[in-house]
Each structure stands twice: as structure tokens, then as C-alpha cells.
Design a protein around this ligand. Structure first.
Ligand code: FAD
Ligand code: SF4
Length: 509
């Protein structure tokens, strides 16, 4: 008689209490299933990274003496669905109980809860022991309030967990937030650190995945495959980030440049989201680096805010808004994604770079995701359901609980402002201010009309003009609407004609 314990592909935490003692009656099950590869078309590196990390996790569990059943994608016994495989394994191992860790995605949470409830043996969900906050903690904090605020949640988290606090309920340095110091363009110095991550060769696994008929896109090659595959590698990458990049993280957190694809970002989201790393240890390392005088407070706070603030907050938004969140479409945008989202081939230099590196590395940093790709998608009226599918597929760290609120809420404002207090959009002026994309672009960053005018400019003013009923009363947009009111009717008409022409002919941009 055994207890069958299911480990999902994003639950690769060897520190989980399940593994603290040996239990000869426990059988740990990991499976590579088409159910998980096919719910959206994924980047090749994402599939490889998750399967390779799962295989490594199974290997390490076996080495430490645990009983493991691993189903590979091409195993003839694999029925390609979690529950169909569980049906067989529960019988095979004469199981008297079934356990699983709390899934982070709504669809898996539903599937496994329903499955467990129908079993003739006890089925039990246990905590994944990963996050600072409970799924419903943000909802509890905000209660019936219509407008949630990340900053409010973040301050509560800082106080509750005693992070960067001065000891008297006040924040270290007298300020909660150093955001205004984190907005510098990157002049080229300090240099982007050399990629501290080691290469992996996954040609055999990739062949295996391809032959199993899994559909994917993006660059699978070993040359750019450097994602951590186990906790030891993830810890090494955390150390290297703290030493090499964190000191400059704050200054250039929002910078955009065609000369670098990661700048001073940590590249830790995959390790965090697959639970190889715990957010507490990542935050703890940043706190210690600041205390040791290695990292300015603004850099440590800027980094910690992303993890203790945004990451926990978007998770709260996700659970509070599921299952209806993916279908939200506040602006009723229906335009399909242009084909160059899958090739990066556009004359718009900012998009060519941000999309190109997403396809090459399965990675773009936050401002590329938000203020280049997402900005264009919202201004151009792309369908948020399609935008969500693209983001969920392309990024190495994309799991619905974190991707969906960022895409549908923060980036596309498709939830009507539940997550963001205003739409994150800009004309070329912001993109130019934050970096060097515009110099050397085929388009004129200053012009609004004419075939060589930067598309962001006409789309920006057209977006606010056509959505004035929805947005003009938003106090954070008062200045934009004052500027719009000052535009002459002739100029506005010309801008709208250019935006209309862009919308009808988006492919050749
Ligand atoms: P760093 O810049 O080094 O930040 C450190 C860590 O903070 C990240 O590893 C991440 O865990 C966390 N973090 C930072 N910003 C956010 C945020 N807004 N929400 C949640 N966590 C955050 N992040 C994902 O992990 N998965 C996604 O699928 C995802 N989709 C996104 C889609 C859009 C449209 C946008 C605008 C953002 C998205 N993000 C997502 C948030 C953020 O862009 C990534 O976490 C970050 O770029 C990952 O790179 P990094 O590890 O180098 O992050
Ligand atoms: Fe992007 Fe416009 Fe700048 Fe070109 S000019 S890089 S399209 S913002």
C-alpha cells in the first residue's frame, strides 16, 4: 500500500517538507504530458527547460533514496493526461492515498480537486510551501475596494515580513519606494556583465520532444540554452546575479537598449516559478548584500519590490479574478496578432529587437514586455486573448498565474483597471527617453503623420481620442486629455487617419 504523490513541472522544490524524511510508502510521480505541452503553443526552450529540470529532479530524488515513477513524453505507457496516468498508477502501486501540492494555475487546481474528490481513496492537497502570501491574502486586504493598489499591498508585506524595515514601523532609508531613482537610460557603462549562466546541451531531449509531435516555436539551440535545471545551478545563478548585476539593477531597471538583451536583470524568474528557489532566500540575499554595503538601498529595494511586491500581488489578483479573467476585453479589441510577432521581422526597431530576443532567448525584460511589445499591442487594438496566448507561450517563466494578470491586467488594461491605475501606453517619446532604439530606426520618432512617422505616435493619440468616454475621467490621465484638447481638429483628424491606415495595414509595418 502506497501514497502516490504528484509533483507538477513547476513544483521542483527539493526543500519541500515531503522530502525531509524518507517514506518507503511514498511514490513520487512526475509526468511529461501532452496535456501540458499543448494547451498553448510554447517556445521550444520552455518545453526543454521544464522537461530537463523535471528529469534532473527525478534523478536527484532517486539518488537520495526516494521512490520515483517518471513518465517521459515518448513512454508508450504515457496516456498524455495527468488524470488518465494517475488512474493507472494508483492501481499499479496499490495506493491507499493520493496527495498533490497546491497548483498555481486555476485549470490544474480545478482538475486535481475534482479528481481527488471522486477517488475511492483519500485525496489531499498540501501547501507548495513557496509563496509569502496565501492565494486569498490580497483579496482579504482589499476587501470590497474597487481599486487595488500594489504599493499598499507591498508596504503591508514589508511590515509583516520585516523586510528592509528600520525597526520602528518605518522603512529603511525613510522611504518605501525608490522607483523614481530606477528610471535611468543606460549609457553603455557599466558594461552588461558577461552571461554568468552555463550552457547546456539538450539536443537529445529536443529530438525526443520533436519526435513526439509536440508543436513549438522559437530557437531551441544549445548555444543560448542556459536556464538553470536544478536548485544548485539556480543558487549559483543567484550568487552571480547578486555579485555581478544587482548593484546596477536599480539604476537601469527600466532602460531599453538594442546593445544588450538582459542588462542587469536577474534572469531568475524561471528558477523562482519552478520553485527551485524560494522567494524568501532571494529577497534575503538582496537584503544581506545591502547590509554588507555591496548594493545601494535603491537597487536592493527596487529588486525586492518586484518579488515581495509585484510577484505576490499579481498572484492575489489572479486568484481573485479567476476563472473569468482571460476573457476580459475592456476596450473590445479584436485585431489579430500580426505575423511578425512570430518572426520579429518589422521595421520598427524597438519591436524587432524585443520580439527578436524573445524568440531567440525565450526572454525579454519587464520594460520590453510592458512598454514595447504590450504598449504596441494595446495601442494597435490587438485582441487581448491572442496577446495572452502569445505571452503565455513565448517566455521561459510564463505560467498563467503570473503571466495573465501581467498581460491582461497590467499590459492590456483589459480588466478595466483592476490591476493598473491607468493604461501603460506611450508614444515614441518614452521609448526614446529610456534608450537607444529610436536612433537608427526607419521611422521618425518625432512625426505623427506620414508613412515614415513612428506608428506609436498616431496610435497613441488615436487610442486616447477613441477611448475618451472610458478614460477621460481618470485623474491620472488628466494631463493627456488636456493635451488632446489642445490639438486642432485638423491635426487630430490627420492623426486618426494615420492610425486608421496603420490598423488596416499592420503587416508591412
Ligand atoms: P528581474 O527584472 O530581475 O526581477 C526579479 C524578479 O521579480 C523576477 O524574476 C520575477 O520573479 C519578479 N517580478 C518582476 N516583475 C514582476 C511582475 N510584474 N510580476 C511578477 N513578478 C515579477 N513574469 C513571470 O514570472 N512570468 C510571466 O509569464 C510574466 N509575464 C509578463 C507579461 C507581461 C506583459 C509583463 C509586462 C510582465 C510579465 N512578467 C512575467 C513580469 C516580469 O516581466 C518578469 O518577471 C521578468 O521580466 C523576469 O525576468 P527577470 O527574472 O530577469 O526579472
Ligand atoms: Fe520604436 Fe518608433 Fe522609436 Fe522606431 S521610432 S524605435 S518604431 S518608438
Amino acid at each position: 500500500m502506497t501514497t502516490l504523490r504528484l509533483i507538477l513541472g513547476d513544483q521542483l522544490n527539493p526543500e519541500h517538507s515531503w522530502f525531509s524524511a524518507h517514506d518507503d510508502n511514498a511514490v513520487y510521480v512526475l509526468m511529461e504530458v501532452r496535456q501540458e505541452t499543448d494547451y498553448v503553443r510554447h517556445h521550444a526552450q520552455k518545453i526543454i527547460a521544464i522537461f530537463a529540470a523535471m528529469r534532473d529532479f527525478a534523478r536527484q530524488l532517486r539518488l537520495s533514496g526516494h521512490r520515483v515513477h517518471y513518465l517521459g513524453i515518448d513512454d508508450p505507457a504515457n496516456r498524455q493526461s495527468l488524470t488518465a496516468n494517475l488512474d493507472v498508477l494508483l492501481v499499479q502501486y496499490s495506493s491507499c492515498a493520493f496527495e498533490y501540492q497546491a497548483p498555481d494555475e486555476w485549470r490544474l487546481d480545478q482538475q486535481l480537486a475534482e479528481y481527488a474528490s471522486q477517488l475511492a481513496i483519500p485525496g489531499r492537497m498540501v501547501d507548495s510551501e513557496h509563496f509569502y502570501s496565501r492565494r486569498d491574502e490580497a483579496a482579504e486586504l482589499f476587501g470590497e475596494r474597487k481599486q487595488w493598489l500594489m504599493e499598499h499591498f507591498y508596504r503591508q508585506m514589508r511590515m509583516r515580513h520585516g523586510v528592509l524595515m528600520a525597526g520602528n514601523g518605518k522603512p529603511l532609508g525613510g522611504q518605501w519606494n525608490f522607483d523614481h531613482e530606477n528610471r535611468k537610460p543606460w549609457p553603455g557603462l557599466p558594461r552588461e556583465p558577461a552571461d554568468w549562466r552555463s550552457e547546456h546541451d539538450h539536443s537529445a531531449l529536443w529530438e525526443n520532444i520533436r519526435q513526439s509531435g509536440v508543436s513549438s516555436f522559437g530557437e531551441p539551440s544549445a548555444a543560448c540554452f542556459r536556464w538553470p535545471l536544478n536548485r544548485a545551478e539556480a543558487l549559483q545563478q543567484l550568487d552571480d546575479f547578486i555579485a555581478e548585476a544587482l548593484p546596477s539593477f536599480g539604476d537601469f531597471q527600466d532602460a531599453l537598449t538594442y546593445r544588450a538583451w538582459r542588462l542587469f536583470h536577474s534572469l531568475l524568474s524561471f528558477a523562482l516559478n519552478t520553485k527551485m528557489l524560494n522567494p524568501r532566500e532571494v529577497v534575503g540575499r538582496a537584503v544581506d548584500a545591502h547590509a554588507a554595503g555591496h548594493v545601494p538601498l535603491a537597487a536592493a529595494e527596487g529588486f525586492i519590490r518586484q518579488i515581495l511586491g509585484w510577484r505576490e500581488y499579481v498572484r492575489g489578483v489572479y486568484w481573485a479574478n479567476m476563472p473569468g479573467y482571460p476573457a476580459q476585453n475592456f476596450f473590445a479589441h479584436l485585431r489579430p496578432l500580426p505575423s511578425w510577432f512570430w518572426t520579429g521581422e518589422t521595421k520598427m526597431r524597438c519591436l524587432a529587437h524585443a520580439l527578436g530576443q524573445s524568440l531567440e532567448h525565450a526572454y525579454a525584460h519587464h520594460i520590453q514586455r510592458l512598454m514595447v511589445i504590450g504598449n504596441f499591442a494595446l495601442l494597435a487594438g490587438l485582441n487581448p486573448v491572442e496577446v495572452h496566448g502569445w505571452y503565455l507561450g513565448v517566455y521561459i517563466d510564463a505560467f498563467e498565474w503570473v503571466e495573465l494578470p501581467n498581460t491582461v491586467g497590467m499590459s492590456q488594461f483589459a480588466d478595466g483597471g483592476k490591476l493598473a491605475t491607468k493604461p501603460y501606453v506611450s508614444s515614441a517619446a518614452y521609448i526614446d527617453r529610456m534608450g537607444d532604439y529610436c536612433k537608427g530606426c526607419d521611422y521618425d520618432k518625432k512625426a505623427r503623420v506620414g508613412s515614415l512617422a513612428c506608428p506609436f505616435n498616431a496610435l497613441y493619440w488615436d487610442f486616447f481620442a477613441r477611448n475618451s468616454q472610458r478614460l477621460a475621467t481618470n485623474p491620472r490621465l488628466a494631463m493627456v486629455y488636456r493635451q488632446l484638447a489642445r490639438m486642432s481638429p485638423g491635426d487630430l483628424q490627420a492623426v486618426q487617419a494615420r492610425a486608421d491606415q496603420i490598423g488596416r495595414s499592420i503587416e508591412p509595418l
